[in-house]
Design a protein around this ligand. Structure first.
Ligand code: EPU
Length: 421
């Protein structure tokens, strides 16, 4: 297992290129299953989760090759419709094969993903959606078994906005007979990107980017080629890195409109943020003003930026409240931030952060992807040496984060974690 060693206190300068979005690429990869042929995806991030998804598609019979950031998928010989527990348990996004397999083959068997590091992650809305489209769904030995001779259009109203359920139902509905309407659909840029990709394949979808999607089923789709959108969470993470370490950096290949809430809050915290085309110019010096946030579905403040924001607010000149309304238990980073000298107390799904003048380096442990990012950011600002262990979590969703930070002047390196005998 690898760990990062960080010597804090170095301001950041220079330019960093933001990679393609993990959470848009994962469902788009599974959308390729909808039709036989060759799909070519550009700007695909080199991440562990992307390789896990490629591995899962390979088990189903997909041939694939990844050259630099171009992923080619050949879906002519999909011979299996089963996503096994061994893979699904390592990556919940595997459940995205459910909709496309059901739509193309009339059957899918997908392991239930179970919970994750910070609590339960149900899939009831995914099942409700495909049942409404006419699928017969049973749960057996930890697996979802879905069958349908032909899916049909339906009106589906989600009581909670869910990225995954919207994506799965959308992929199932594009080949269904008739019209499907999804209300309270997730509007996240990842879903917008998926819908645009499906349209390129020949799907008929209205309302893309809004909370009401109308899908007119088509008889067949064609494989296509597409470029992945920039990762707004990676961009947001570098933005907070600059806020915490101080300095003057430029993020290239960003979609600023996807980051509006994070940018607005960063300006409130005292950072200078200038957006020009696909470039974000960031300047920061000194401690931030305290800015409270409450996570919400897009375009609200993203839950995937909650942990990083909390790290920043640990250094604010005052107190702030950080509330997660999407994943109410997503706070495993709190105990680790306390090890770095932060002052945080919890009440239900709200963290009360009492800003400190400084953080002090210490050994800490990654518990999940965004918690790991938060600890790396805290390490960049902390005095002395911080060691973040179990960084395999961060490799799931950040491409070469330590190299990108080194390029900005941070003192961070990767080494093998040698356990105490
Ligand atoms: N929910 C249900 N039932 C369902 C599905 C979701 O109750 O069937 C609830 C969840 O418990 C949660 C809310 O709905 O309270 C929203 O969850 P959502 O379904 O939107 O999350 P997801 O699709 O499982 C994706 C991202 C997550 C990100 C969330 C929220 C991918 C692969 N994952 O998860 O990303 O936090 O949306 O934006 O797209 C990450 O990248 O670190 C990550 C966890």
């Amino acid at each position: 297992m690898d760990r990062f060693v960080i010597i804090g206190g170095k301001p950041l300068h220079g330019t960093v290129r933001i990679s393609g979005a993990k959470n848009a690429t994962l469902p788009i990869m599974t959308a390729a299953l909808l039709t036989p042929g060759k799909t070519v995806l550009h700007n695909v991030p080199q991440l562990r989760d992307i390789h896990t998804m490629a591995k899962l598609l390979e088990i189903l019979g997909v041939r694939w090759e990844m050259v630099d950031h171009q992923l080619t998928l050949h879906t002519e010989e999909v011979t299996k419709q089963e996503a096994p527990y061994q893979l699904v348990k390592t990556m919940r996004a595997s459940v995205y094969v459910l909709g496309p397999l059901l739509a193309r083959f009339g059957q899918a068997k997908v392991s239930l993903p179970g919970g994750c590091a910070w609590g339960p992650r149900p899939v009831d809305l995914h099942l409700k959606g495909i049942k409404a489209l006419g699928a017969n769904v049973i749960l057996e030995e930890g697996y979802i078994i879905a069958t349908a001779s032909k899916l049909h259009g339906a009106k589906i109203v989600f009581e909670i906005s869910s990225v995954g359920a919207t994506g799965n139902v959308l992929m199932a509905a594009v080949l269904a007979k008739g019209t499907t309407v999804i209300e309270n659909a997730a509007c996240e840029p990842d879903i917008e990107a998926l819908a645009n990709f499906l349209v390129k394949m020949g799907a008929k979808i209205d309302g893309i980017g809004t909370s009401k999607l109308e899908i007119e089923g088509v008889d067949s789709l064609s494989p296509t080629e597409d470029t992945m959108i920039p990762d707004r969470i990676e961009a947001g993470t570098f933005l907070v890195a600059c806020g915490m370490a101080g300095g003057d950096i430029q993020l290239e290949s960003v979609q600023p409109r996807h980051l509006e809430m994070v940018i607005e809050k960063s300006r409130e915290a005292g950072m200078t943020v200038e957006a020009t085309g696909s470039i974000l110019r960031l300047k920061s010096d000194g401690r931030p003003k305290p800015v409270s946030i409450k996570t919400a579905p897009y375009p609200g403040f993203p839950t995937d930026m909650q942990a990083q924001w909390m790290a920043w607010m640990c250094l604010a000149k005052g107190d702030s409240l950080i509330t997660d309304t999407i994943f109410r238990d997503r706070f495993t980073h709190v105990a680790e931030l306390l090890r770095l000298g932060a002052s945080i107390s919890m009440e239900a799904n709200t963290a009360m952060v009492h800003g400190q003048e400084k953080l002090l380096g210490a050994p800490v442990m990654s518990t999940d992807l965004r918690a790991s990012a938060c600890l790396v950011l805290a390490g960049l600002a902390a005095q002395g040496r911080t060691v973040v262990s179990r960084v395999y979590h961060i490799d799931r969703g950040y491409e070469r984060i330590e190299e990108k930070l080194q390029g900005l002047g941070a003192e961070i390196w990767r080494e093998e974690d040698v356990p105490i005998q």
